[in-house]
Design a binder for this molecule. Structure first.
Ligand SMILES: *Cc1c(COP(=O)(O)O)cnc(C)c1O
Length: 419
């Protein structure tokens, strides 16, 4: 991570001091680290006709979105709820793209009424629905076809999206049909292509293979009278979760690949990075509840759990775990587990780390993406607090949920409603 300064400090803030006012577990995000990543990407894209639309699902906290808005970044949304967040945080509707296989007619209507920039369409049925909804509002919706290029992104099966067997996108043959039938969709202007082959991708080659197909297809379409004004290249840039193991793609090489592949394309390139912009900017701070000596191993039981950070349980993801105490002594091996009643509630197995004791604080690194945004109330654990740190300052940008908030909306079925 860029902005860690020695043990326990992030973006000028001593994380150990925060715990006197904020109960663990909590997330902390470095604004400087996010700015740094955005700047690196913007610099790499310098001179290109490119727009960055941050994938809100990676981390939709309003303060994160506000930071993006201030840096001129748009949003890639996958639900009306994400649109609500993006607009609320000040991202202009005209800088929002709407992706996803399951947009409902109602969500499309809300997005059109708000004036979102464009829709990424993933099926013929969705195209029909968008036509109907746009006609009702008497507007013309801008749309891109999401192409499934059938390339293997070499990533975890649960975050691969660009293979033929995945639910995402359509074949180029199908897309060609849509373009040739565009007269049947007078309220949809199909003038874009979209491709997103997966997440946490660590090599350039799958990106290049997908982009080359899309670039060639755009040229074919233009030659047959269907000009393409925007090509959305999706997200997927991987980050370093594990030193000496994950070697991310260099963002300058990625940009150079885009520049070369789309040299003959005369339109806007849209990027939808999520993880790359925020993963390494965030940490999850947790406290050791107790140490349990099991029959064959020692368990470090912490107060964060799979409901707070699902990635290890869901994708067998590796997160660095760093104790924030300085008590010498050699390393031992722990299984780091949370209190949730599932064996999958495990952050690390047989992890070598300094000996800990109850009350110690641990930092779970690189938790800024797909952490809080994927959290749940499982085991009736309130959603954790989230903090934004910025050059020595900190703000609570989501307070820990109260028990009352957790059960708000539920009822005891004291009154049955009958038709
Ligand atoms: C999830 C997603 C992204 C962001 O992916 P990252 O790997 O976080 O960059 C971008 N575009 C679409 C369509 C997505 O579904």
């Amino acid at each position: 991570m860029v902005i860690m300064e020695g043990k326990g400090r992030l973006d000028g803030v001593d994380l150990r001091e925060l715990v006197s006012t904020v109960p663990t577990p909590f997330y902390a995000y470095s604004a400087s680290a996010i700015r740094h990543r955005v700047g690196a990407l913007q610099t790499a894209l310098g001179g290109m006709n490119a727009r960055i639309c941050y994938a809100v699902k990676a981390n939709g906290n309003l303060a994160v979105l506000r930071l993006m808005a201030g840096l001129g970044i748009g949003a890639d949304i996958v639900s009306a709820g994400e649109m609500h967040r993006a607009l609320h945080a000040g991202i202009p509707a005209g800088n929002i793209v709407f992706s996803g296989v399951g947009k409902t007619a109602d969500e499309m209507a809300q997005a059109l009424a708000a004036g979102v920039w464009r829709f990424n369409i993933e099926s013929r049925d969705e195209l029909h629905t968008l036509q109907t909804v746009a006609a009702e509002q008497d507007v013309v919706a801008l749309a891109a076809v999401r192409i499934n290029p059938d390339v293997d992104a070499g990533t975890h099966a649960k975050i691969s999206t660009g293979k033929a067997e995945n639910k995402f996108g359509v074949t180029m043959d199908e897309a060609r049909d849509w373009f040739s039938q565009s007269d049947a969709f007078p309220n949809v202007r199909l003038d874009g292509l979209h491709v997103h082959i997966g997440s946490q991708i660590l090599t350039l080659q799958p990106f290049r293979l997908a982009m080359q197909q899309v670039a060639a297809f755009a040229a074919q379409l233009a030659a047959s009278g269907h000009p393409i004004n925007s090509i959305d290249v999706g997200g997927g840039l991987g980050v370093r979760y594990r030193h000496g193991h994950d070697v991310p793609v260099c963002v300058n090489e990625y940009a150079a690949m885009l520049r070369a592949t789309f040299a003959d394309f005369d339109g806007t390139i849209v990027l939808e990075p999520g993880r790359y912009l925020v993963a390494e900017a965030g940490v999850l701070i947790t406290r050791v509840v107790r140490i349990k000596a099991g029959a064959s191993r020692e368990f470090l039981v912490v107060d964060a759990a799979m409901n707070d950070l699902q990635r290890p349980a869901l994708y067998d993801a590796w997160h660095e775990i760093i104790p924030l105490h300085d008590r010498g002594g050699g390393d031992v091996r722990y299984d780091v587990v949370g209190p949730v009643c599932e064996t999958g509630d495990t952050f690390a197995v047989q992890r070598s780390m300094p000996r800990c004791q109850a009350g110690d604080l641990l930092l779970i690194a690189n938790a800024g993406a797909y952490g809080a945004s994927m959290s749940s109330n499982y085991n009736s654990r309130p959603l954790t607090a989230e903090l934004m740190l910025d050059r020595g300052r900190h703000a609570v940008v989501r307070r820990r949920q109260s028990f009352e908030e957790m059960v708000a909306g539920e009822s005891l079925a004291a009154e049955w409603l009958t038709a």
